[in-house]
Every structure is written in structure tokens, then in C-alpha cells.
Design a binder for this molecule. Structure first.
Ligand code: G3P
Ligand code: CA
Length: 336
């Protein structure tokens, strides 16, 4: 079956899937995102205004590659803060990607690392702090220090967010790509997560992702209408030189067969592999992308920031790309 046929079928799957689960927004994309960095307020159009004309649009039916804003527009603003999410919300069709963890008092907060040291002015495990304590922290100055060329005074004292605050800020105007991070550390986070999605009536605006199949299977049991994505990370076994999936979820990319894909299809609508390992070696190729599509699974690749790589992956037929530069991918997609 030729590539285009495969792409056609996958796009069909994608459309059915996206029509079933997402709404959309149109907004005036800021000319130069850098120009807007530090601009606190997202344009009124994108905040939680259910009645605004912009929430329903047919645009999404022309797009067959999802633009997934990795921790928001984290290349331009402190990750997982209102600054990064507001900027990502400026880009058409972008999905707001985020990782959630549990606080000491069982609140769901949006933070990637298990330890708060890299992205705040304190240190320790997320789960050792109450929400109130985390809210005291400065989650923005680290970005200014790490990126002097993109620094912005308004990032200072940026707050860590709860998932509830994210839903309240953007409502149905945005789509959310939520990772259950370190489920073994954040036990039983799936039920409060699904409850919150249902309470905010966002089942059609959410994808849930995880490296842990058991976490996804729990979500699937709680609400099978929420589309799930199985994250994958392969590392080279130093002795054999073979690629091995770090949680032993499946085989190496080139060895994955129909059975491997069928296992994942039991609970997920797609997979999300990385493009490169820590040494910059690519772990997937066009054949792997096509094989995944032939096995009726979507494929979203992380984390891709160069236009060259974005164009190559789109040509390979991927159905989604995680990027820290949402506006850059939007530009590439608009030219395709
Ligand atoms: O969730 C997709 C990708 O972001 C996985 O890696 O470590 O950035 O969460 P990480
Ligand atoms: Ca993630």
C-alpha cells in the first residue's frame, strides 16, 4: 500500500478522532512571538469565554499534523506557566502539553520534574510540598537566568499552576495534552484527573499520555472516551548495543510487529516516540512511522525544534509533533 494511501487512512482516523475530541479557536497570531514574550495577558479571545464565536471552526479538518506545545511555548517563556501557555494559545490549533504531579495535600499541579529545583527557587520533591507552599515559589526567574536573551521582568515570581487553574483559564478554548508523570511517585492520580476533566466537561478537549501503560489502562477503565497516547523512550543497551524501551513496554522500533502494536491499541489511539536519544542519534525513521500508521495508530514525535526536522517528520507522515517552538511549527505547517 503506497504511503499516500496509508496517510489517507490515518488522516481519516485522525479526523474522526479530532472531530470527536476537539474544538478550536481562531486568534490573531502575534507577528513575532518574542515580541509578545512577557505579555501577561493572553488575548481576550483565548481565555475562558464559552460564548465567543471563535471556539468552533472548521480549520482543524484541513490540518493533519497536530502542533503540540511542549510544556507550552517553553522555548520562549518559563515552562508550564501562564506565560508559556498564553503564548502557545496564540497559535492556531496548538495543543497545550503538560505534565502533572501530586502535592503533599493531593492537589494536581503542572510540573515536569519530580524535584522542584530546576524550575523554582527551592528544592525537594514535589510531593513533599503542600500546594500553598508551592504557590509561594518563583517559577519564572530560572528562565530569565537560563535565557538572558529572552528574559522578561514579568516572568519573575511566575506561579506554579494547578491543573484546575489551567482548565479555568482556557476552558473549552484550548485542547490539553496531559501526561500522568511518574505515576509510581504520584499514586492514584488518574481518578482525580479524570474527575476534573469530566467536571469541566473537557472530555472532547483532552488527550492523556503516559510512559506507564498501567496508568493509561486505569484512565481507560475510568473513561474510555478519553483518547490515550503511549509514550515511548528507547535507550541503547551497552552490552548488546540493542535499543530497549526503558519501561519494557514494547520492542525496539525496527522489531515492533503487529502484535506489539495491537497490544498498545487495546487502550491507546496512538504512540509518542522520541526522535533522538540523548546523544542525538535518531531512533525512528520513515519506515517506522509508516509501520505505525499501517497498524492504525497515530504517531506523535517528541521533542522537535528545528524547522528541518519538522519538515522531514511531516514528509515521513507523522500525525503530531511536540515542540518548544509552537509558532515555528505553525509556520512550517502553513507552508505544507
Ligand atoms: O510528553 C511528551 C514528552 O514531553 C515526553 O518527555 O520528559 O518532556 O515529558 P518529557
Ligand atoms: Ca511530557
Amino acid at each position: 500500500m503506497t504511503k499516500h494511501w496509508v496517510k489517507g487512512i490515518s488522516v481519516l482516523i485522525l479526523f474522526v478522532f479530532l472531530i470527536a475530541c476537539s474544538n478550536d479557536k481562531t486568534s490573531d497570531v502575534a507577528e513575532d512571538n518574542d515580541e509578545n514574550s512577557g505579555d501577561e495577558t493572553v488575548s481576550e479571545e483565548n481565555t475562558n469565554d464559552e460564548n465567543s464565536e471563535q471556539t468552533e471552526s472548521s480549520d482543524i479538518q484541513e490540518q493533519d499534523v497536530m502542533n503540540i506545545a511542549h510544556r507550552g511555548a517553553s522555548g520562549n517563556a518559563p515552562e508550564a506557566t501562564t506565560f508559556a501557555f498564553d503564548q502557545a494559545a496564540q497559535t492556531d490549533h496548538a495543543w497545550l502539553e503538560m505534565d502533572i504531579q501530586k502535592t503533599k495535600d493531593d492537589e494536581l499541579v503542572v510540573i515536569h520534574d519530580d524535584d522542584i529545583e530546576r524550575t523554582t527557587n527551592d528544592e525537594g520533591e514535589v510531593g513533599d510540598f503542600t500546594l500553598e507552599e508551592l504557590k509561594e515559589l518563583d517559577a519564572g526567574t530560572w528562565f530569565n537566568e537560563a535565557n538572558p536573551d529572552k528574559a522578561d521582568e514579568s516572568y519573575k515570581n511566575a506561579e506554579l499552576l494547578t491543573l484546575e487553574e489551567v482548565f479555568e483559564r482556557y476552558g473549552k478554548n484550548e485542547n490539553y495534552y496531559i501526561e500522568t508523570k511518574s505515576p509510581q511517585l504520584n499514586e492514584d492520580m488518574e481518578e482525580p484527573l479524570v474527575d476534573m476533566v469530566e467536571e469541566h466537561d473537557l472530555v472532547d478537549n483532552v488527550i492523556i499520555q503516559s510512559f506507564e501503560p498501567s496508568s493509561l489502562q486505569t484512565v481507560h477503565e475510568l473513561n474510555e472516551d478519553i483518547p490515550l497516547i503511549q509514550l515511548l523512550w528507547w535507550e541503547e543497551n551497552e552490552e548488546t548495543g540493542e535499543l530497549e524501551e526503558w519501561l519494557d513496554v514494547t520492542s525496539a522500533p525496527e522489531a515492533m510487529d503487529e502484535e506489539d502494536f495491537a497490544e498498545i491499541r487495546e487502550y491507546a489511539v496512538g504512540i509518542a516516540p522520541h526522535l533522538e536519544d540523548y546523544d542525538g542519534n535518531e531512533v525512528i525513521d520513515e519506515a517506522f512511522v509508516q509501520k505505525t500508521l499501517e497498524n492504525d495508530l497515530l504517531i506523535h514525535v517528541y521533542t522537535v525544534d528545528t524547522k528541518e526536522n519538522m519538515e522531514r517528520l511531516i514528509d515521513w507522515g507523522v500525525t503530531g509533533i511536540f515542540t518548544n517552538y509552537t509558532e515555528r511549527l505553525d509556520e512550517v505547517l502553513s507552508k505544507k
